[in-house]
Design a protein around this ligand. Structure first.
Ligand SMILES: [Zn+2]
Ligand SMILES: [Zn+2]
Length: 285
C-alpha cells in the first residue's frame, strides 16, 4: 500500500498565485488553508471567481485533497450564550467558505468546557454541530474533530471524549463527521507513538474510541515539550520528543499510511517546510 498525499498548511491570504507557486515548488500533494482571518469572527467578502481559479490551479498541480482549518475563536464547548451563538454562526459560515474553496474537509477545534464539566462540554459541542447541520449537509465538506494536547479545559484530549460526540449527532450527519489526528497533540495528550508497538497501541485506542476509518486527515508535527505534558508547541520533524524513530513508526503503520497528511511545523532560521517535507519523505517506507 502506498502513502497518502503529503503537504503543508499553506499560507494563502489573498495571494492565491503565490500560494500555488509555493505548493508547486514544494511538490506537495495536499494542503490545509485558512479561508479567512483565523483570529477574527469576520469573513471578508468571497471572491468566488478567484477562489474557484485557486482551487482549479491547485488541482492542476496535483494538490488534492484540500482541508480548511477553523478560526481560533470558535468554542462550541462553553455555556456562555454569546460565545456559543457566535461560534455556531461562524461554523455555518466556515462551511459556506470551505465549500466555495472546494475543500473536502473542515478541521474543527471542538472547544473548551470552561467552568462546566467535561460531560456538559461534550453535549454542548454535539448540540453546536447539530445547530449547523443544514450548512454541513448541504456542502460536500466533511467536518473533522481535531485531537488536542489538553491545555486547560480543552475537549478532545482523551480519544474517548471525541468518541462520545458521535452518538449525540443528528442522524442527518451520519458519514459527514470524522476526526483529524495531530501527532504533537496526541503525544502531549498521553498517547505514545515512539515505537511501532506504542503506535499500534495508540491506533488501537483510536479504533476503540471512534474507529480509525473516521480519521480522514493528519497533522504531522513533532513536539517541543516532553511526553504527556499537555502543551501544544510544535517542533521540526525529528527534532522534538517524538523524534525520527517515532515518526518512522507512525508514518508506516498500515492504518495510518494511506491517510492524507500535512505539516504545521515552525518556519524559522533552522528549517522551513522543504526540509521537514524531506524528513517525512525519507521516513516513509
Ligand atoms: Zn488545529
Ligand atoms: Zn498544535
Amino acid at each position: 500500500m502506498s502513502h497518502g498525499p503529503l503537504g503543508i498548511h499553506l499560507s494563502v491570504g489573498q495571494k492565491y498565485d503565490d500560494a500555488v507557486a509555493e505548493a508547486k515548488a514544494l511538490g506537495i500533494t495536499c494542503c490545509q488553508i485558512f479561508t479567512h482571518n483565523p483570529r477574527g469572527w469576520q469573513f471578508a467578502p468571497l471572491d468566488e471567481r478567484a477562489v474557484k481559479k485557486f482551487r482549479e490551479d491547485l488541482m492542476r498541480i496535483g494538490v488534492n485533497p484540500v482541508a480548511s482549518h477553523c478560526n481560533y475563536l470558535i468554542n462550541l464547548g462553553t455555556n456562555d450564550p454569546e460565545i456559543r451563538s457566535k461560534s455556531i454562526e461562524c461554523l455555518k459560515q466556515e462551511f459556506v467558505y470551505a465549500a466555495a474553496f472546494g475543500c473536502q474537509y473542515f478541521v474543527l477545534h471542538v472547544g473548551k468546557h470552561k467552568e462546566q464539566t467535561m460531560e456538559q462540554g461534550i453535549k454542548n459541542v454535539a448540540a453546536g454541530i447539530n445547530a449547523a447541520k443544514k450548512e454541513i449537509v448541504k456542502s460536500d465538506v466533511i467536518l473533522l474533530l481535531e485531537t488536542v494536547a489538553g491545555q486547560g479545559t480543552e475537549i478532545g484530549r482523551d480519544f474517548n471524549d471525541l468518541g462520545k460526540i458521535f452518538p449525540l449527532l443528528d442522524k442527518e450527519l451520519n458519514g459527514k463527521v470524522g476526526v483529524c489526528v495531530d501527532t504533537c497533540h496526541i503525544f502531549q495528550a498521553g498517547y505514545d507513538i515512539r515505537t511501532p508497538e506504542k503506535t499500534a497501541e495508540a491506533v488501537e485506542r483510536m479504533e476503540k474510541a471512534f474507529g480509525v476509518d473516521k480519521v480522514k486527515f493528519i497533522h504531522l508535527n513533532d513536539a517541543l515539550k516532553e511526553f504527556d505534558s499537555h502543551v501544544d508547541r510544535h517542533q521540526h520533524i525529528g527534532q522534538g520528543f517524538i523524534g525520527l524513530a517515532g515518526f518512522k513508526a507512525f508514518l508506516n503503520h498500515p492504518r495510518i499510511k494511506p491517510i492524507p497528511k500535512i505539516l504545521e511545523t515552525p518556519v524559522d532560521e533552522e528549517r522551513g517546510y522543504a526540509e521537514n517535507l524531506a524528513a517525512v519523505r525519507k521516513l516513509q517506507q
